[in-house]
Design a binder for this molecule. Structure first.
Ligand code: GTP
Ligand code: MG
Length: 199
């Protein structure tokens, strides 16, 4: 898969608008502002393919990116941003639940968690949802550049104990700033796309 051959495809604000699923989908999920769009840009070697913002709640739609006509990257809207209205939260839930309820090629969900902090209640709810629905997933622990070496080690120990309870989910420390973890995550995704396409 040539990740340099990628393009933004479309944004969808309601589940009913979503196009039929024809290729394996790599889904980026996490709370608002955790770094979903930054991860997509770093993986695809692009500065601003996915919109990044310091203001939480920037991505309020499901955004599709084509990768080499082999796979789709799907940027989900972030959850858990306190300042959005009730109706906006309901729209989020309808959109994301509608996406996962569809008959789609769920290849890998990349669940993103801020490496500096314990997972939020919403993060744990999402992990439970993924396990319960038997969706294949990995975890990316982002913003690792904001921790020093000993803090990183402490958090890695904490997360490895935690994910032992979640089917020993594979997890990858990552920095959008420095690129740590990028190659390992890409390798995992490429292999998952190959396996999915061959199955
Ligand atoms: N230091 C550092 N900052 C990061 C990293 N990843 C993201 N950020 C910053 O975090 C902020 C949010 O990043 P986004 O990629 O827009 O986050 P998002 O999850 O897509 O946010 P929403 O679309 O609002 O849900 C931006 O200011 C990024 O520059 C990282 O690995 N390290
Ligand atoms: Mg975003």
């Amino acid at each position: 898969m040539n990740i340099n051959n990628c393009a933004f495809e479309a944004s969808y604000g309601t589940a009913a608008q979503l196009p039929p699923s024809k290729l394996p989908e790599i889904i980026f999920s996490g709370r608002s502002n955790v770094g979903k769009s930054s991860l997509i840009n770093k993986l695809l070697n692009r500065k601003a393919l996915a919109k990044v913002s310091a203001t939480p709640g920037k991505t309020a739609t499901i955004n599709f990116f084509d990768v080499d006509k082999r796979a789709k990257f799907v940027d989900l809207p972030g959850y858990g941003y306190a300042k959005v209205s009730k109706s906006e939260k309901n729209r989020w839930a309808d959109l994301v639940e509608g996406y996962f309820a569809g008959d789609r090629n769920f290849c890998v969900v990349v669940q993103i968690i801020d490496m500096r902090h314990k997972p939020t209640t919403d993060d744990l709810g999402m992990l439970d949802f993924l396990l319960h629905n038997k969706l294949p997933f990995i975890v990316v622990l982002t913003k690792n550049d904001k921790l020093n070496k000993s803090q990183q080690e402490k958090q890695l120990e904490y997360f490895s104990e935690l994910f032992a309870k979640y089917n020993n989910a594979a997890f990858f420390p990552f920095s959008a700033l420095k690129g740590d973890g990028r190659d390992e995550i890409l390798e995992y995704i490429s292999k998952a796309v190959d396996d999915f396409s061959n199955s």
